[in-house]
Ligand binder design. Structure first.
Ligand code: CP
Ligand code: NVA
Length: 309
């Protein structure tokens, strides 16, 4: 049994195994619908419990499909429907109950510590569905989408992130270390990745390139990523933050600085950080990106249950 909490703590060879498995499984399903079950049904008889302390559209739906395609059962609960969420039961007792009824637990929360505490108290694997520090399922799936479209390993590509230093970027930084790809980040000075992130990158003998000028960050990029300027967990002055990022909007003029065949990715939901014509334009692969989460998350679950081929 393995947890899937933060990409930086997972060996690169395991991440690669997950991606290879997802590719094989996706190829085998070409003629199947979203609700058809894979022949081998590797999660048959298993119940996966998803819990959300904050909103989600894609994660909850894509995991529902991932689990059902693997032949497993899933239940999705909102934290405030639980005794734990109302403060009337301890985390340890809740974890024991989850482990008694379920075979896997997945959590979206505003607290990295809560994920850690659950991981210590559960007897079943835990998957991080987004926390302040990390969005690992999203980003591993995005690596899959990039390699699927570009038909080459991500290590041969220039990846660019324009935007806030948030959970998605943290996971992207972790993958840039694991898979050794070139990562340019374009953001205002006050929104750069914190020192401890940079120190971790350096400790792993890698480097991230940070630019104030978004045009310089985008130059030669094969892939341009963005995300909402204000994340769900942001307790900042929103109007100020949006103003600080006003020169970092991804529009067609900025896209021209990237390679001609560059693609645009965004995990969604979106805000004003990308223009409508880029988001809905030819270079945008956001819908393929969203759909691929189903496939990669299946292999993440199999990794957790020690069932990867
Ligand atoms: N990209 C993503 O995680 O979307 P949701 O917040 O809708 O799950
Ligand atoms: N950075 C965003 C991602 C949403 C999927 C947030 O945390 O709100």
């Amino acid at each position: 049994m393995k947890n899937f909490i933060n990409l930086k703590d997972i060996p690169a060879k395991d991440l690669r195994k997950i991606l290879n498995d997802a590719k094989r499984r996706k190829n085998k399903r070409k003629k199947l619908s979203n609700v058809d079950v894979d022949k081998d049904q590797p999660l048959k008889g298993k119940l996966i419990i998803q819990m959300y302390e904050k909103q989600s559209s894609r994660t909850r739906l894509s995991f529902h499909l991932s689990i059902s395609q693997l032949g497993g059962s899933s239940i999705t609960i909102k934290a405030n429907e639980l005794h734990l969420g109302k403060g009337a039961e301890s985390l340890a007792d809740t974890a024991k109950i989850l482990s008694t009824y379920g075979d896997g637990f997945m959590l979206r929360t505003d607290s990295d510590k809560k994920i850690e505490d659950f991981s210590k108290n559960l007897e079943i694997p835990i998957v991080n569905l987004l926390s302040p520090s990390s969005h690992p399922c999203q980003v591993l799936s995005d690596v899959f989408t990039i390699e699927e479209i570009k038909k080459k390993p991500i290590s041969n590509l220039n990846i660019c992130w324009i935007g806030d230093c948030n959970n998605v970027l943290n996971s992207l930084i972790a993958t840039s270390v694991k898979f050794k790809f070139n990562l340019n980040i374009g953001c205002p000075k006050n929104y750069r990745p914190p020192k401890f992130v940079n120190d971790w990158v350096k400790k792993n003998k890698r480097k991230i390139n940070i630019f104030n000028d978004p045009k310089k960050a985008v130059k030669n990029a094969d892939v341009i990523f963005s995300d909402k300027v204000v994340s769900l967990n942001d307790k900042v002055n929103k109007a100020k933050k949006i103003k600080d990022f006003k020169n970092y909007r991804i529009n067609s003029s900025l896209m021209k600085n990237a390679k001609k065949d560059a693609i645009f990715l965004h995990c969604l939901p979106r805000g004003n950080e990308v223009s409508e014509n880029v988001f809905l334009g030819k270079q945008s692969k956001v819908w393929q990106q969203a759909l691929n989460r189903v496939h990669v998350q299946k292999s993440i679950l199999l990794y957790c249950f020690g069932r990867l081929r």
